[in-house]
Design a protein around this ligand. Sequence first.
Ligand code: PLP
Length: 386
Amino acid sequence: MAKKLVYMDNNATTPVDPEVAKTTMESLEFYGNPSSMHTMGREAHDRIEKARFLTASLVHARPHEMIFTGCGSESNNAVINLLFSEELQKSRRRKFISSVIEHPSIHELDSMLKRRGIDVVRVPVDKEGLVDMEAYAQALDDSTALVSIMTANNEIGTIQDIESLTSLAHDHGALMHTDAVQAAGKIEIDVRKTKVDYMSLSGHKLYAPKGIGALYIRSGAPFSPFLLGGHQESGRRAGTYNTTGIISMGAAAEIALKHLDEEIKRIGGLRDALEEGIRERISDIRVNGHPEHRVPGTANISFLGAEGESILLYLDMEGVQVSTGSACATGSLEPSYVLMETGIGAELSHGSIRFSLGRFTTAEEVDYVLDVLPPIIERLRRMSTL
Ligand code: PLP
């Protein structure tokens, strides 16, 4: 097969859907400040409200419960910031619970929280990445202010039982946040069913451009603005509205909702074909994450005796874009903390590759990867035994 460019890194970011891109370009015409009272301002405002409705609909929220942010990381930070709100400070609740596999935009706030007197607990996960319910139940008590557990993990795709986790948190009077950045548009999400208080979303994981995120805030849930200095978002986030980003995100949410069922089947089918093909062709591999409770596009596979970074670079030479569990983004070769927390050990963690398939992945591309991957692994294994 001739060399081609195959993008299998959709969990890192998605391409912009051409339909979304069309809307993005059109949105540039609505340059009036959405807060202005004149006709052009009102036109931009109306488009934003339509996008809010569409984005809220993706997770069965009501439009006024959805605010737009700059990215998923901002949404996560804004929720954690709540721990210092007057309301939570008054409640004397000082505990924050998350899991050991949360995104850095949750994890990296831990030391700041501890410095400011918050009792931080990270609950462990099992081998497949599911939160240990016993440890979670033990950690929860009446001093718990906030719980934050991701709906789906970015590296291994494991989907948590958010409904049960929320119910337990609420039993103790704690508020519940979920980072659904890797889940929205990939699986059915219903905030009415899970009853979460807050949920983070990100446009660039949903075939919208980068630089736009959203935060669901349940009607009646406490919130204190993270960004101050303007009345936008009903006083919940200051700053002139990112009209283009917001309209694009609305379009992306509409498309995702419309095609959700068919994409779950199609992308899930391709992912399964990729995993089966790899199993048939390559020995000593391990498929990471939960076998069933996993987002459709994610295949995280460890290749014993081969280095993830090297596999990635060799695949790149063949035109295949993937990710490795190692923290290559920071230039370090530390094994992935997510995989390490599942207890599979350093060797398997080092040899892991994340293939993340998406809307534009084709069966032909899966076949191409199945063609080029086995000789790469064979070569690397031979080199490592030498
Ligand atoms: N949460 C998860 C689970 C993610 O995978 C990411 C991005 O990789 C984020 C949050 C951050 O989103 P953003 O890139 O929009 O800040």
